[in-house]
Design a protein around this ligand. Structure first.
Ligand SMILES: [Zn+2]
Length: 144
């Protein structure tokens, strides 16, 4: 596998392990009909660790995370010598594309934003970079 030292976004690709993908899908399924959210960390630009977070909005149409919980997870990520490289959340009924709120309320333009949609019977997982008001699709690659 090619080695990357950036979060994958500069090369237009976001790498995630199959293990993390499975955990992400099951976390988001478990929270239905509400949106689920969480953070992703790893080394060498590969998302290897998943941090399920609480959606404090407890909503089917939006999510937000508690700042203290985020700070705590950032500490744990540091302790593992990993980098914070991604955020994920689910769309229980909407497509796998950033909503108006996802774009305007985004605080992390430098990381990958994964969105999983349950609008159809097969969950659809997509990745984007959200910079300013712009949405850039990022290719997702799964590794073991
Ligand atoms: Zn959203």
């Amino acid at each position: 596998m090619e080695k990357t030292n950036d979060p994958g976004l500069i090369s237009g690709t976001f790498y995630i392990t199959n293990h993390v993908r499975q955990k992400l899908i099951s976390h988001c399924k478990r929270e239905l009909p509400y949106e689920a959210c969480g953070l992703l960390s790893g080394g060498n630009g590969i998302a290897e660790t998943i941090w399920p977070m609480e959606n404090v909005n407890r909503s089917s149409f939006s999510f937000s995370m508690d700042l203290d919980q985020i700070r705590h997870v950032f500490e744990l990520i540091d302790r593992r010598n990993e980098d914070f490289i991604g955020i994920y959340h689910s769309h229980p009924t909407d497509s796998a594309y950033p909503s108006e709120g996802d774009i305007t309320l985004n605080n992390y333009p430098e990381v990958g934003h994964l969105i999983i949609s349950f609008a159809n019977s097969t969950p659809e997982l997509k990745c984007f970079q959200l910079t300013g008001k712009k949405v850039f699709p990022i290719q997702l690659k799964f590794v073991n």
